[in-house]
Unconditional design. Structure first.
Length: 175
């Protein structure tokens, strides 16, 4: 059986973009709790324009690196992120970040798109529903929610899914 395709968003899933923004602008430390989301987005854009290499040195999300390395034994992993169209350095920064944190596991596995719903695959781990994540053809695992709050939970869920899929395939072959 070939491995199922698992897409991983970058910012907010494997890279802690919110933490880095909070370091640069302490008043913006809690994205989800911020009342004015449009104003927040404008402020974040301004911070990124003032720090065009911001994507090069984001800290990893706790447990992400280890979980992704373990999941790579069971899934065909690709990193699926949306770069800032008006900040070309974000495209390069994301590529540099993936290579520095995942090495060969990330080599030629970064896809940048504003339409995640156009990609074919089985699972997408994303912290948002924007840019087509909510319309993804496979299963959207909404990272950071009460159902999937952290990498321990997501990793356990995906390992269980893989065991179930393998068992189902085995039973199908035995019939």
């Amino acid at each position: 059986m070939s491995k199922k395709i698992l897409y991983l968003d970058m910012d907010g899933v494997v890279a802690d973009f919110e933490k880095r923004i909070g370091e640069l602008a302490p008043e913006l430390q809690n994205f989800k709790g911020h009342q004015d989301q449009e104003g927040l987005s404008d402020k974040i854009d301004q911070i990124c324009y003032a720090n065009p290499d911001i994507f090069h040195d984001l800290p990893p999300i706790k447990g992400a690196i280890e979980a992704v390395e373990k999941l790579s034994a069971h899934y065909e992993i690709f990193f699926l992120s949306t770069a800032m169209w008006s900040l070309p350095q974000s495209f390069t920064g994301k590529r540099i970040w993936i290579e520095s944190h995942f090495g060969d596991l990330g080599r030629k596995r970064l896809i940048l798109s504003h339409r995640k719903d156009l990609l074919k695959g089985d699972f997408l781990v994303d912290d948002r529903t924007k840019n087509g994540a909510a319309e993804f053809e496979g299963e959207h695992i909404h990272f950071g929610t009460s159902q999937f709050p952290d990498w321990k939970t997501v990793s356990s869920y995906l390992k269980d899914k893989n065991r179930y899929l393998l068992k189902s395939k085995q039973e199908e072959l035995e019939e």
